[in-house]
Write a protein that binds this ligand. Sequence first.
Ligand code: FAD
Ligand code: DLZ
Ligand code: SF4
Length: 514
Amino acid sequence: MAAITANGADTLVLVLGDQLTPEIAALKAAPANATLVICEVMAEATYVRHHKKKIAFLFSAMRHFAAEMQAAGRRVLYRRLDDAPALSTMTEAIAHAVATTGATTLHATLPGEWRLLREMEDWPHRLGIDVRLHEDDRFICARSEFAAWAEGRKSLRMEYFYRDMRRRTDLLMEGDEPAGGRWNFDAENRKAAPADMFMPDVARFAPDDMTQEVLDLVGDRFADHFGELDRFWFAVTRKDAESAFAHFLREALPRFGDYQDAMQRDSRFLYHSVCSIYMNCGLLDPFAMCCAAEQEYFAGRAPLNAVEGFIRQIIGWREYVRGIYFLRGPGYMRENQLKAIRPLPGFYWTADTSMECLRCTILQTREEAYAHHIQRLMVTGLFALLAGVDPHETHEWYLMVYADAYEWVEAPNTIGMSQFADGGYLASKPYAASGAYIDRMSDYCGACAYDVKQKAGAKACPFNYLYWDFLIRNGERLSRNPRLAQPYRLLAKMSDARRREIAEDSRRFLSSLS
Ligand code: FAD
Ligand code: DLZ
Ligand code: SF4
């Protein structure tokens, strides 16, 4: 698709790579003859060095979106990465668009990262244009509404926020009561998957010519970024993303709840939707997805524990973490209340480790730019937490390696939920566990060089001693947490010899990482 020059329009509408929604706020607010500006820029692909598949996915989805908007009669100014003159930042791209069109007004929708918001706030002054920034109404809860909900609360637990969202959306409600008499069916959603169970595959789409062109570009220009480009199967249009979601409703939703926390070596997606990629860039509408899932329950095609669990992840967790991100401000990404300073181990990039759970999850991440929630939280996240890895490094890793990662959703999950670096603002206790958790929920341990049943020594599963070492190391900060009372009681009864053994195993193992 050739770049198109706009003539004379005095209004631009910026559509970012994660705003590919025809009804996005800025497009609704601007006049119909305004020029859409969509730009591939180096700075957005490299402010962290994103996974190759993530860049290819977004560039291809942006190009397809631009073509659709043009076909629908909209005027589009599309900049490809290699278009001349070379422009490397969003500010430079907008300055160029302003200069070539003579525009005086720019409509934009609130970006999902503080970094870009700060850059945009400078545009009226730097570029001499009137910038009209609109709230992103693809989210159910506006930033101001979340702030009002949070105001004066001692603790911001997701569960209470979620109940309000259920009432507000009327999803799975029977009058004022939750369907089935309970708000949350999570207790039923913790089954391990049997080895011989049928697993549906994710919906896969062959790259068309436009995607192939982008794959060549990314392979050439981002060759040294993490991740593999082969076997690219993501949907890059709304139509295909909708059919991927329909495939999930049909094939996987009924068992989504039961096996939500399960992990399997040979099944990378289990019963997950693999739709965050599409939702987060605007190809799918989260609320419409929840309504469609609710219909599956009403029609008797999916059980309540599955449908409630799915809806909770979206109107609960997804909205809640965004609220936290904007409430806590740009300093949140630097929080480090456990004072963890270890560099991220090199195997997070190479998958070269004898710990099978980490090896499989990182390998999958390298190949797919996807891992499901429990792999992120209870494998890579758990290891970084227990090993005391600098949370900012961990945060940047997650932001780089997953195709669905934008700071508004990634940072609260990493800094708050996974690394407890905000000291418990988001989570009531750290997600710390020994190898027994991974053994119960996965088939990784049977194929591992370490023994999950051994507690000490060179063969023992490292999670088993690192768990206790983490609790001992952070005793001053964590031992008064009521939700950790039981492990700290056990620790109080532990012999000095056993404590020395834990310290020695941990020291030996952790020093081998560097
Ligand atoms: P499913 O299991 O099918 O869940 C359905 C949907 O619920 C997801 O598509 C997603 O939109 C939403 N959802 C589920 N859990 C969460 C959550 N904790 N926070 C927000 N939304 C949620 N999710 C991202 O979208 N982008 C990220 O960058 C991201 N980084 C994460 C980092 C860490 C350390 C952890 C622990 C979690 C992170 N998550 C992130 C949340 C979650 O892991 C992903 O949303 C999920 O794995 C996406 O896969 P799926 O679409 O198959 O999800
Ligand atoms: C992630 C990303 C990448 C890789 N490239 C672009 C791009 O070239 N142009 C663009 O508009 N957006 C891109 N994005 C998404 C932005 O980084 C995202 O909009 C901000 O981080 C705010 O969420
Ligand atoms: Fe992971 Fe430990 Fe199991 Fe190995 S034994 S797969 S390191 S939990």
